[in-house]
Ligand binder design. Structure first.
Ligand SMILES: Cc1cc2nc3c(=O)[nH]c(=O)nc-3n(C[C@H](O)[C@H](O)[C@H](O)COP(=O)(O)O)c2cc1C
Length: 465
């Protein structure tokens, strides 16, 4: 043994002796530089358990360009070391998140969802809002939620209309009507969210019951009728907040006989709009609520023209989206896109709920006669609308795809049809809150499979002429 150790030491000395002239030569050439490079590289390699230091790799690449063999040798070694650490870390992170999501999905599908579905949908919705508001109110709640649900990946980041989106999956309007969840939604993994719909006046909505589950159809029937606390209270709640994700304020007309004529309807929209000109990142003007008194008057082109004329005159830096119905005829969509093109409309949210009760996607026998339907019942209509609006506007306006997103493939389909972002509610209720992270992780895989480095590269690639 002693002999072997001696032999090894000797071999090491021989190797060192071989390198010595090289070191000596380099040292005499660029003594200070090489010294620094050696120290730096050793320091980096010593940080085995730390995060990949991008700057370190950048510096190593710079060193590689220099005219010193020793420096090149050390730098390439450091790059190899750092890169393999990073790849390993990323793989471990992805596997850990997959396992986490798998366990959460299992728990949700086998127990929580079953319990929730025994309780009245509006009651459980209100309880979840309370839980979410509490978790968002303190740093411990936010961090714990984040451990269970968050996911991030650079390839999902986008800057659209000057707004940063950490990922393309947003919470659609209607879940957080009174904007109580803005502090917790980033920890659930959402890249953005719409709050509202918010109306000019306080609105108690339609009489109960007003929310039903269609279990077989994987859909909800919604007849809330724009229940919300009104623009003044909600603006006050949000005024002093800073948001970790982009927040859209979804504005609608108060559901009341008082706002049924065009002037009072516009005045109501304008009142709500003015309350949020400097709160949040973007506006959505909801002209497609299927459950409000007097129907959807602003789907008609001349009324929409009047509304948007007034909206144009209100100063704000926030871009404006129009939320439209999946039940519009193609002619109506054409008229709406024409009007929108004359005003400061940057995009469309496609789409709201459908009232089409003849849909083959309705698998449940009994459905309430009132209300609009979400989820899988509206999905195909939404997808057709996304592709149609994208083509009609020649891809110049931004589309947020919303309706029946339950998994990454559903979201990817909308993106390939022209949506830059997607939103969801029903998918989260049927699949569990981990679905947001599952969708984002799945999107990264789908993008890679199709050879895309960034999500924006996939937008509209599935559109046929
Ligand atoms: C419970 C519930 C309430 C909703 N309320 C609103 C609303 O106030 N304003 C709005 O623009 N859309 C509202 N919607 C429509 C959603 O924003 C979305 O367009 C629709 O549900 C389709 O998405 P999903 O299939 O992912 O649920 C509501 C949907 C649900 C399920």
């Amino acid at each position: 043994m002693a002999c072997l150790a001696w032999h090894d030491k000797e071999a090491g000395d021989v190797r060192f002796a071989q390198f010595f002239p090289l070191i000596k030569q380099a040292a005499s050439d660029e003594r200070n530089f090489v010294k620094k490079a050696v120290n730096w590289a050793l320091r980096q390699i010593g940080k085995r358990n730390r995060n990949l230091n991008k700057m370190a790799i950048g510096t190593a690449k710079e060193i590689l360009k220099m005219d010193s063999k020793i420096a090149k040798w050390i730098a390439s070694d450091a790059i190899r070391e750092l890169t393999s650490q990073a790849v390993q870390k990323r793989l471990v992170k992805e596997y850990t998140i997959s396992i986490r999501n798998y366990i959460l999905r299992f728990l949700y599908k086998t127990s929580l969802q079953k319990i929730f579905f025994l309780i009245d949908p509006e009651v459980i919705h209100d309880r979840m809002l309370k839980v979410g508001e509490f978790l968002g109110s303190n740093v411990v709640g936010r961090n714990i939620t984040s451990v269970f649900f968050s996911y991030s990946n650079k390839s999902l980041e986008q800057k659209i209309l000057g707004i940063k989106f950490a990922n393309p999956v947003g919470l659609a309007a209607g879940f957080d009507k009174d904007a109580r969840l803005t502090d917790i939604l980033p920890s659930v993994g959402f890249g953005f969210a719409e709050v509202g719909s918010i109306t000019g006046e306080v609105c108690s909505g339609n009489p109960k019951p007003r929310l039903w589950r269609l279990k077989k159809s994987q859909s909800l029937v919604v007849n809330y009728g724009l229940k919300n606390e009104g623009c003044e209270t909600i603006a006050k709640r949000l005024k002093r907040k800073t948001f970790a994700i982009s927040i859209g304020t979804n504005i609608a007309k108060t559901n009341s006989p008082k706002t049924v004529n065009v002037e009072s309807g516009i005045a109501d929209y304008v009142k709500a709009y003015k309350s949020f000109t400097d709160i949040g990142s973007f506006f959505t003007i909801n002209i497609s609520c299927p459950n409000a008194y007097g129907g959807k008057p602003f789907e008609e082109a001349s009324r929409l023209e009047e509304l948007l004329l007034q909206i144009d005159n209100i100063p704000t830096k926030k871009p404006v989206f129009l939320k439209i119905s999946p039940d519009l005829t193609r002619h109506q969509v054409d008229r709406i896109t024409q009007v929108a093109s004359r005003h400061q409309v940057s995009g469309f949210v496609c789409s709201n709920l459908t009232k089409n009760r003849k849909s083959k996607k309705i698998l449940d026998k009994k459905i309430p006669s009132e209300g609009g339907m979400s989820g899988k019942v509206v999905e195909d209509l939404t997808n057709e609308l996304i592709a149609y609006v994208y083509k009609k506007t020649k891809g110049k306006l931004v589309i947020i795809g919303c309706g029946g997103v339950f998994n990454a493939a559903d979201a990817y389909k909308k993106i390939k049809l022209g949506a830059s972002l997607v939103e969801m509610i029903t998918g989260m209720i049927f699949e569990g809150p981990q679905v947001v992270s599952e969708i984002n992780q799945g999107l990264v895989r789908l993008l890679k499979k199709d050879g895309f480095n960034r999500l924006s590269q996939a937008v509209s690639v599935g559109i046929k002429d």
